[in-house]
Design a protein around this ligand. Structure first.
Ligand SMILES: *[C@@H]1O[C@H](CO)[C@@H](O)[C@H](O)[C@H]1NC(C)=O
Ligand SMILES: *[C@@H]1O[C@H](CO)[C@@H](O)[C@H](O)[C@H]1NC(C)=O
Length: 337
């Protein structure tokens, strides 16, 4: 009893050590952390850190779930979503369902800095990106083609449609509507390898704070589907007087609860970062007890934390922390609850 109490308290203390500057990012995406950290170490801005960090994952196709060549939709196309937020000015740039452009976080930043808008979507977002000088190229790779053709061969399973006929569990459509059943909770196929969005928070010693995300969404999604990542307050949120948060996981579920916004508001009300993350997860858990997801949180004094929901595919969540306590980014983990 005493021992377990001791372990738990020392664990949460180590999660909360404060020192600035700070970068926290989801998953063991180490080179993303290193890229962001080297921007901050060399005196760069928190926005540059978040952009470079997420862009690193877009280039490296982190876990196949960020950047080109991953998560083909029902038509075989890869589309990208990204968000960047300046917590000091409350400016945001976001893109969703972006096609043919690899650097989604770069386009999100261009939306923030080169337009009066906040979010651009779909084909028009791609045209905007091309006009801003981003290179248009095919996001399909042999790997994404292979994921797509295996799915076709397997009768389009897994499948995200419901309340349609004929037998949606076997067919690739076309789909006809069926009577809508309330309370249907069909099996969801969202797990650690189908949705590992990078979410990142960066803070410096001068009180600057930024957050961002980048993802290619969900394998086999219905074309047009946008998850939580580019949605402000869902995928990420930052407020220079409080802190920031970012989320990863089953975006279709998580975006209904604005977990990043909620976590920031809880920190505003005095919650420490670990507790704020935990409460944001609990709010979702109340309705979807086995959803797949995690949230990272940091406050402006450099304390940080994370929480995840215990699910069949997730018992422990890994994330990266970069601060002056260590020369290189450190892999941290938190047990899901
Ligand atoms: C992709 O597949 C094609 C045809 O099978 C092959 O010619 C090409 O070398 C492959 N590309 C890569 C990058 O593996
Ligand atoms: C950040 O969280 C730590 C740990 O709970 C707390 O001691 C500190 O006061 C918080 N900072 C702010 C600015 O709220």
């Amino acid at each position: 009893m005493f021992l377990s109490f001791f372990l738990i308290s020392s664990f949460s203390f180590s999660l909360g050590q404060a020192s600035l500057p700070l970068v926290v990012n989801t998953w063991p995406f180490k080179s993303a952390a290193t890229s962001a950290w080297s921007v901050l170490r060399s005196g760069g801005s928190v926005l540059d850190a978040v952009e470079k960090g997420c862009a690193r994952c877009e280039v490296e196709q982190c876990d196949g779930s960020v950047g080109f060549g991953g998560s083909p939709d029902e038509s075989g196309e890869t589309t990208l979503d990204a968000l960047i937020m300046n917590g000091n000015t409350m400016e945001v740039g976001a893109v969703a369902d972006l096609r043919r452009i690899k650097n989604a976080i770069g386009v999100a930043r261009a939306v923030m800095e080169r337009t009066e808008h906040t979010m651009l979507v779909g084909e028009a977002a791609s045209v905007f990106a091309e006009n801003m000088g981003f290179v248009a190229e095919d996001l399909t790779t042999n790997k994404s083609l292979n994921i797509f053709s295996l799915w076709l061969k397997g009768n389009c399973q897994p499948n995200y449609r419901k309340n349609v006929s004929p037998d949606a569990s076997k067919s690739c459509g076309p789909y006809r509507p069926q009577a809508v059943q309330t309370q249907t909770r069909g099996p969801r196929h969202v797990g650690i390898h189908s949705h590992d969005t990078i979410g990142m928070i960066a803070l410096d010693q001068n009180g600057h704070i930024a957050a961002g995300t980048s993802t290619n969404g969900l394998n086999h999604k219905v074309p047009g589907r946008v998850g939580d990542s580019p949605i402000i307050g869902a995928g990420a949120y930052a407020d220079g007087s409080v802190g920031a948060a970012a989320a990863t996981g089953d975006g279709d579920i998580m975006m209904r609860f604005l977990p990043s916004y909620l976590a920031v508001e809880l920190m505003r009300a005095g919650a420490d970062p670990s507790a704020a993350c935990k409460s944001a997860i609990s709010r979702i858990k109340r309705h979807y007890s086995d959803f797949f997801g995690a949230v990272i949180c940091a406050n402006i004094t450099g304390h940080y934390g994370a929480a995840c929901n215990k699910a069949p595919s997730l018992t422990q969540f890994h994330f990266m922390v970069s601060n002056p306590e260590s020369a290189t980014p450190i892999l941290k983990s938190v047990d899901c609850f």
